[in-house]
Design a protein around this ligand. Sequence first.
Ligand SMILES: [Zn+2]
Length: 227
Amino acid sequence: MQTNDLLIQRVRLYIFEHFLKHAQPPVCEQLMNEFSISRDEAMEILRELESARHIALVQGTARILMAFPFSAIATPFRVTARGQAYFANCAWDAVAFHAMLRDDVRVDSFCHHCGTPITIELRDGRATRVEPAETLVYLALRPTQWWENIVTTCSNTMVFFASPQHRDASDLCAPTDQAASLTPDQVHALSGPIYSRKLELDYARPTREKLLDHFAAMGLTGDYWKI
Ligand SMILES: [Zn+2]
């Protein structure tokens, strides 16, 4: 492995561990000091991490906005775990905290349609509390569209609805073959290969082939899931 690749891995892990400890991302100057690198080098590494889909920056800046599942700004997806409160980027990311931490997680969010509070608790690999009981995670874009602009995808199109009726009444509701409705348990299962090793140094996002295998193993085989 190139020294540079190892440095990129170390910076990635530092960002995630900083988020986990402080519920905020580190700033560019912290990376410069922690790793004895210049601003240009820090910026290059941040751009590498962004293109590898580990983080998203505030456009045109060195500021970390997202390190999936963590959000640097307030969102409707509040997560509590290990006595710390976090914001997740979207409904999927909120549930995915459980796959990442393998620890008890509580999600406090809202129905995207009417704003009614939603609470989900996850423990030992499953949702042990879902209120309201019909709560679903709605993915309003196809997977092939997610990374066209991941900031707007996360922020606007991966949400909770309190029930299928509230999904159908929402402006976000898309034709059924172009969107997905999942239970919290399904989203947890979906998250495993993507999130479970995020806090390890050599984490890499699963390949397209591995993701397709995982979708198929979950029975997610329709046209929607072709990536
Ligand atoms: Zn609602």
